[in-house]
Design a protein around this ligand. Sequence first.
Ligand code: AMP
Length: 175
Amino acid sequence: MNSVAAARVNDLLASYPDFPQPGIVFRDLNPVFADAAAFRAMIDELVEHHDGRFDAVAGIEARGFLLAAAVGYAADVPVLAVRKGGKLPGTVLTEEYDLEYGSARLELEVGQLPDGSRVLILDDVLATGGTVAATARLVDRAGYALAGVGVVVELSELGGREHIGDIPLHAIVSI
Ligand code: AMP
């Protein structure tokens, strides 16, 4: 992919070997978020790629929130926050999953959208795919349809794409 957004992400993406633990190369998108033109290009690409195919976005805590808020605003659609375990009140759905490092729990409040709403899942990095797969299960269990997945960076060697089945995935850059 050789889009404007991809070029800006490739320029600005910072990589930190052995963070937060030995053997992990942490991909830091904060320099992309901190560059207004790069941020706009990234959001525009996420909106345009999935244009007309989603009724709502779901952002995964925490960096996915930044993407989902901007895409939701730009596309004039509702925004769902998929939160880490124990932070949401009311009736919530829960999914446990494995991370590239450690394990975690994600939750979604029920009853926020009409049944069958087409939800686009957004996050910064696709690594092993466990986070997105758990979010997809939450979206499905909540009664919504999976419109697709948008990420800024796909770490292709980790094979995350294989863990999300046939849900259409768009990565601005794949490294
Ligand atoms: P995974 O479930 O393995 O696909 O991990 C994806 C989630 O963990 C995303 O929310 C990322 O923000 C974070 N993550 C996992 N690995 C990395 C990495 N190498 N660099 C930056 N973020 C990562």
